[in-house]
Ligand binder design. Structure first.
Ligand code: GLV
Ligand code: MN
Ligand code: MN
Length: 430
């Protein structure tokens, strides 16, 4: 953290977070898996993830929160309310990162949520409904696909047993690794056992809009639709020096056609489409062997689910064409579908008014990234707060967020959570 935060306005409830405490917790968490370039590599269910969870649990314990763990390793840290029978108002995010991740993607939402609990403790403030801080397992999906796994099982979108068997690139299963790090809990992973009265997740925007427009807070009204695919191409391994060009069945050449087609789809459905091939594994990966098989991943997103469905059909056709030209077999498997999500009107309004109370500049925004709050939104009232990140960069070790922006976001989170927890109840039909 380079410069200390400046004096920022407090909400009209008089509550505010402790800036130094939040920034130092973020810095301490960022040491677990710190990379030489200033980022973090703390992939899910690794020893570093265990250390991050242990630190989280210690901090929760010190803040008087009682932690329960579900079967997917999701952690729920509870602060009792005046009426403890009400469904809790939740906040949180994730502590896992990309292999070349940043210090704020996920950790900000978890530790700002913790700071809200600490600030309420300092003020001896008891909310009507209980509050819960949630740490979701495997949001990133880089080691075990798909992404947002813990919240996905919780919301009933994925099958728990199927997810337990998913393997990482070294052939270790999610279930074995969860047990190995000691975070497979006894509680069923379902919103029916761990209900949500309302949920707000604070996150860096991970894009450039807020910074470009000089706006402090993004009031997130929804998230765009997203699909993930795994493509297997199988051709024929053979000698690079002797196999004539016309008889080759080169799986990598077929993959190259798909990568180019995926990029072209993103451009054709501009300005909102986003298309990426992130993983490409050619086998046997030897310079003088024609690649016999390839594994390739595709990530496609668009705010309009209909357009994304059209892009899906076009991807499948392009993959078939490219494979056909090279006479290789092609299997396209969709492994994740996140529909476009509209956040709950009353939760969105709570974020907007908490921001207005603090006189921070704000605008409505749709999330380009996937978030656990989008899974929760399928079963309970949910919303999000965004803050700017430097140059709009994320999923990169240079990811950064400014102290003032962090503190503003945490104060908005505090105000919105308290307002939701203190009102008689939400109109769940809204
Ligand atoms: C989450 O990290 C995403 O890929 O949107
Ligand atoms: Mn994230
Ligand atoms: Mn991420």
């Amino acid at each position: 953290m380079k410069s200390p935060p400046t004096e920022l306005p407090q909400s009209n409830t008089g509550l505010s977070v402790d800036a130094e405490r939040l920034l130092s917790s973020l810095a301490a968490m960022a040491e677990l898996g710190a990379t030489p370039k200033g980022g973090v590599n703390r992939q899910t269910l690794t020893d570093l993830d265990r250390e991050a969870r242990d630190l989280f649990c210690t901090w929760c314990d010190e803040a008087g929160l009682s932690v329960r763990v579900d079967e997917m390793g999701n952690l729920f840290a509870r602060r009792a309310g005046r009426d403890d029978n009400r469904d809790p108002v939740q906040t949180g995010s994730h502590l896992d990162t990309q292999p070349t991740g940043g210090r704020y993607d996920g950790a900000l939402g978890v530790l700002a949520g913790l700071e809200v609990m600490r600030a309420l403790n300092d003020a001896d403030y008891v909310t009507e409904a209980p509050l819960e801080l949630v740490m979701w397992t495997n949001e990133e999906g880089c080691r075990f696909a798909p992404a947002m796994m813990g919240s996905g099982v919780h919301a009933g979108l994925h099958d728990r047993d199927f997810m337990m068997q998913v393997e990482d690139p070294d052939g270790r299963s999610f279930g074995e690794e969860l047990q190995r790090i000691g975070y497979q809990g006894p509680i069923p992973c379902t919103y029916r056992r761990n209900p949500t009265g309302a949920l707000i997740e604070l996150h860096i925007e991970q894009g450039p809009l807020l910074e470009d427009e000089g706006i402090a807070i993004g009031v997130v009204t929804g998230g765009q639709a997203q699909r993930w695919y795994e493509i297997e191409l199988v051709g024929m391994e053979s000698h690079a020096g002797t196999t004539p060009m016309p008889v080759r069945r080169d799986a990598l050449v077929a993959a190259a056609g798909i990568v180019t087609a995926v990029r072209a789809l993103g451009e054709e459905f501009a300005p909102h489409a986003r298309t990426t091939c992130g993983v490409l594994e050619a086998r046997p990966n030897s310079r003088n062997v024609i690649p016999g098989s390839v594994f390739l991943t595709v990530d496609m997103r668009h705010p309009d689910a209909q357009v994304l469905a059209t892009m899906d059909a076009r991807l499948r056709a392009a993959a078939g064409d490219s494979a056909g030209r090279e006479r290789v077999t092609c299997t396209v498997r969709q492994i994740l579908e996140v529909p476009a999500v509209e956040f709950h009107a009353e939760v969105v309004e709570a974020v907007r008014s908490a921001t207005a109370d603090l006189s921070y500049s704000h605008r409505d925004i749709i999330s380009g990234a996937g978030h656990d709050a989008m899974n929760v939104a399928r079963v309970a009232p949910a919303g999000m707060v965004f803050i700017p990140c430097v140059d709009g960069i994320s999923h990169n070790e240079i990811e950064n967020a400014l102290p003032d922006d962090i503190i503003r976001g945490a104060n908005v989170l505090l105000g919105a959570l308290v307002s939701l927890a203190d009102r008689p109840g939400l109109d769940t039909a809204a």
